[in-house]
Write a protein that binds this ligand. Structure first.
Ligand SMILES: [Zn+2]
Ligand SMILES: [Zn+2]
Length: 69
């Protein structure tokens, strides 16, 4: 059993789509990516990659959310 790379408390549940870090259900950030016309694919990112525009085309929304706090 591999531990979540973000919190190191829970066992991993899914890898980050970009960096392949193991993530638990709490730490994984769910994202829907638009692919082509009208198709969306579900993706899970770690908290670093989800806010990185190079990894996540929707990163700008996460950055806005984070700066809200
Ligand atoms: Zn975790
Ligand atoms: Zn990642």
């Amino acid at each position: 059993m591999e531990l979540c790379a973000a919190c190191r408390k829970q066992t991993s549940w899914t890898p980050c789509m970009w960096c392949r870090k193991p993530l638990c259900e709490t730490c994984a950030r769910f994202e829907l990516l638009a692919e082509g016309c009208g198709t969306v694919v579900p993706a899970y990112y770690c908290e670093t990659c989800v806010a990185d525009p190079f990894c996540n085309p929707n990163a700008i929304f996460w950055q806005m959310k984070e700066s809200d706090k």
